[in-house]
Design a protein. Structure first.
Length: 118
């Protein structure tokens, strides 16, 4: 299982960015998808998750509620992280994770860098 993140870059405070995580070639709908991030000098932390359907339950950590939104398109085997009103503390490497239902096997992408700076 290979996950490929894209969409990172430099964005000014208050700006927007959309990250994508593509998972070509596997049955995407069998996986709960999550986004994590790791800021400079910090541990990797959960940003949020989305259940196994496009209308599935979403969870977000308090720091991103109302600003970051996770969505998924199973037909494209892709999960998205829409980042709005970004702050400097959103800077970090963003990773997506796929967790297979029933087995709880985890798969990680290689990450995409987001830098919030003016």
């Amino acid at each position: 299982v290979q996950l490929v993140e894209s969409g990172g870059g430099l964005v000014p405070p208050g700006g927007s960015l959309r990250l994508s995580c593509a998972a070509p070639g596997f049955t995407f709908s069998n996986y709960v998808m999550s986004w994590f991030r790791q800021g400079p000098g910090k541990e990797r932390e959960l940003v949020g998750s989305i259940g196994i359907t496009a209308g599935g339950n979403r969870y977000y950590v308090d720091a991103v509620k109302g600003r970051l939104t996770i969505s998924r398109d199973d037909g494209k085997a892709t999960v998205y992280l829409q980042m709005n009103s970004v702050k400097s503390e959103d800077t970090g490497m963003y990773f997506c994770k796929a967790r297979r239902i029933y087995t709880n096997d985890d798969y990680w992408g290689q990450g995409t860098q987001v830098t919030v700076s003016s």
